[in-house]
Design a binder for this molecule. Structure first.
Ligand code: GUN
Length: 282
């Protein structure tokens, strides 16, 4: 029997716990989201983040800029948010326009307000195995989902497809810190299926349909991070769900798997940062 890794169910549980915690917090956290340009997907994500935050009792502000904003202007805004005592968490929505150096912007975020866990301070802590202020949202969501279903990673061979700073690299490092044996594959990997077929746990974060039944071994745990619209406008993941789910022991669906866990992690991170920075606000 294949078990579905139900991200919506776990998200709802996390939200219920967060809501009762937030009800008791005398000062609510405030999440600032910076959105540059008019990428339709980013706009949807940002609206969703704002709506979700507010439904839980987290304040949120969305700061929108046209795509021709200068790097310096954006940097000044980040610095202003860093020193604004009412703001407890900062998220700069990615991608940024090409004329802006995203690393410069991310590096400018105060680590204690870095709700994505993407600054060099937080990713460095993750790399050394120390505790960052928070872990990146999607990787954290994936581990929470595996934990919820009692899936042990220690000693397992985990294959990650994708090496982005948002997902592939941090999830690989978090799993390594938990004593998994981790292989990271990417667009230049040769004989991908030969490698993925040796995976006990396969995490695909590509954004294209890449994982068919020939890519996995029996009883593999399959985590699908990809999300895109196919030619017919249907939302799809990286994994051919129909075929692969017949072989997998556990599989996350798209939609309803990792996506809801990313937003749950963002809300968890927002609250964790606010708890850690209470002294700032007194
Ligand atoms: N764009 C897509 N996913 C994310 C995310 O988790 N954080 C940020 N900052 N931008 C994104």
């Amino acid at each position: 029997m294949t078990v579905i890794l139900d991200g919506k169910k776990l998200r709802d549980k996390i939200f219920a716990d967060l809501k009762s915690k937030l009800d008791k917090m005398p000062v609510k956290p405030t999440l600032a989201v910076v959105l540059v340009g008019d990428d339709p997907a980013s706009q949807i994500y940002v609206n969703n983040k704002k709506k979700t935050a507010e439904s839980l009792g987290i304040n949120s502000v969305v700061i929108k800029y046209p795509s021709n904003i200068s790097e310096n202007e954006l940097l000044s805004k980040v610095k202003e948010l860093n020193s604004d005592k009412n703001i407890t968490a900062i998220l700069v929505q990615l991608p940024l326009p090409e004329h802006i150096d995203k690393f410069k912007i991310i590096d400018a975020i105060s680590p204690e307000k870095d709700v994505d866990g993407l600054t060099p301070y937080n990713s460095g802590k993750l790399f050394t195995g120390e505790k960052p202020y928070v872990y990146p949202c999607t990787p954290k969501g994936i581990l929470l989902l595996l934990d919820e279903y009692g899936i042990e990673v220690e000693g397992k061979h985990v294959v990650v497809i994708g090496r982005s700073n948002l997902v592939g690299k941090p999830v690989a490092q978090m799993l390594l810190n938990r004593n998994a044996t981790v292989t990271v594959c990417h667009s230049k990997t040769k004989n991908l299926a030969d490698i993925t077929k040796t995976a006990d746990i396969l995490i695909s974060a590509v954004g294209k349909n890449v994982v068919g039944e020939k890519y996995i071994k029996n009883n593999c745990v399959v985590v699908d991070v990809g999300i895109f619209r196919d030619n017919e406008g249907k939302i799809r993941g990286d994994v051919e769900f129909e075929n692969v789910s017949k072989l997998a022991s556990y599989i996350s669906p798209v939609p309803g798997g990792v996506g809801p866990m990313t937003i749950a992690s963002l809300m968890l991170n927002t609250v964790e940062l606010a708890e850690g920075t209470k002294a700032l606000r007194q």
